[in-house]
Design a protein around this ligand. Structure first.
Ligand code: ADP
Ligand code: MG
Length: 322
């Protein structure tokens, strides 16, 4: 199968909203009046972002999910994406699975594959997503103000638990492992929540490198500090509940929740007066939200327990070159 047959077979579909899709030198998108285009790229490299053994459909899902998560963090509505793919060889089973997982998530979000590039090389997947947001309405990292609450969506830490099992540093009962593994391999981009938070949240970021590190970006961009309730965040590990049978120590739980990485949840800030509105946004988007701290004027991140006492444990964000 040649390059163009491969593209036709696995990645070319009838054009829907785009003015021009796969098959020409460029795709054409027609942004609506009064909207800004939100653009983001994320690359997935074998051995670094995913294990060689991962199921192809799950990998297709994840490759797009991590990109949609960036749109969500901006409060942008997904429109389209491009796919740049390096493949060591043409593996039809792999391509069928990958494109199925990828395009299923794309359809769920009405996000159209409009182009890309395909080449031979070590397995590498780079997606660029395009979304739209009313001019001036994007959620930025720079809008947090002293007195704002800090919120996070969904669950934290379970993806990291799965990674530690793969690394052999931790064991989980089979059922618990499957839960953790699904969180690692098939994250849920919080697109609906991002849209519902327009006009409510003052700042937002998605949690890809760990809560503490990504919240740190908001603090730096906003020129503020924060107190983060480690116990409130740690409660958000699904497998932290005794009923899961995972029996995790408190340090492990805190590390996974606060510095786990690969969560693809939204951490965002909103004025205390907007608590009802945030809860309403969570309900409207069927996304759990939890309050885990508050923004303060003094710079720096103070990690405290539920009683307000500082934590001795230190946390660091994931850094590819760190
Ligand atoms: P060019 O040489 O003009 O860059 P290519 O020959 O690389 O174009 O690709 C042909 C067409 O197929 C283009 O429209 C390109 O956007 C599209 N395309 C290439 N690879 C992919 C892919 N993996 N997924 C979707 N579209 C792709
Ligand atoms: Mg090309």
């Amino acid at each position: 199968m040649g390059e163009f047959d491969l593209i036709d077979r696995y990645f070319k579909r009838p054009v829907r909203r785009a003015a021009l899709g796969v098959g020409d030198d460029c795709a054409l998108l027609a942004p609506a009046q009064g909207m800004q285009l939100a653009v983001s790229s994320d690359m997935l490299v074998e051995g670094r972002h995913f294990l060689p053994t991962v199921d192809a459909a799950r990998l297709g899902h994840k490759a797009l999910a991590v990109n949609l998560s960036d749109l969500a963090a901006c409060g942008a509505k997904p429109l389209a994406f491009t796919l740049a793919l390096a493949l060591p060889q043409v593996d039809k089973r792999w391509l069928a699975g990958f494109s199925k997982g990828l395009l299923a998530l794309a359809d769920e979000h009405g996000c159209e594959l409009v182009g890309g590039d395909t080449t031979r090389g070590p397995l590498n997947i780079c997606i660029t997503v395009f979304g739209e947001v009313p001019s001036g309405a994007a959620l930025l990292r720079s809008g947090a103000r002293a007195g704002d609450d800090i919120w996070v969506s969904g669950t934290l830490g379970d993806a990291r638990l799965a990674l530690e099992v793969f690394r052999g540093t931790l064991q989980l009962p089979a059922e618990a492992f499957e839960i953790a593994r699904a969180r690692m391999e098939q994250p849920t981009p919080r697109v609906a929540l991002g849209l519902a938070l327009r006009g409510i949240a003052t700042a937002a970021v998605d949690v890809s490198d760990g809560l503490v590190g990504d919240l740190g970006h908001v603090l730096a961009a906003s020129g503020v500090g924060a107190a983060l309730n480690a116990d409130a965040a740690t409660q958000l590990i699904v497998l932290g509940a005794p009923a899961s049978g995972a029996a995790l120590g408190v340090e492990v739980q805190r590390t996974c929740a606060l510095a786990g990485g690969d969560d693809y949840e939204l951490v965002f800030t909103a004025p205390a007066a907007a608590r009802k509105a945030v809860e309403q946004a969570g309900l409207a988007s069927a996304t759990p939200v939890a309050r885990i701290g508050c923004i303060e004027a003094a710079p720096g991140l103070r990690i405290v327990d539920a009683g307000g006492a500082p934590l001795a444990q230190r946390f660091t964000a994931f850094d590819h070159f760190g």
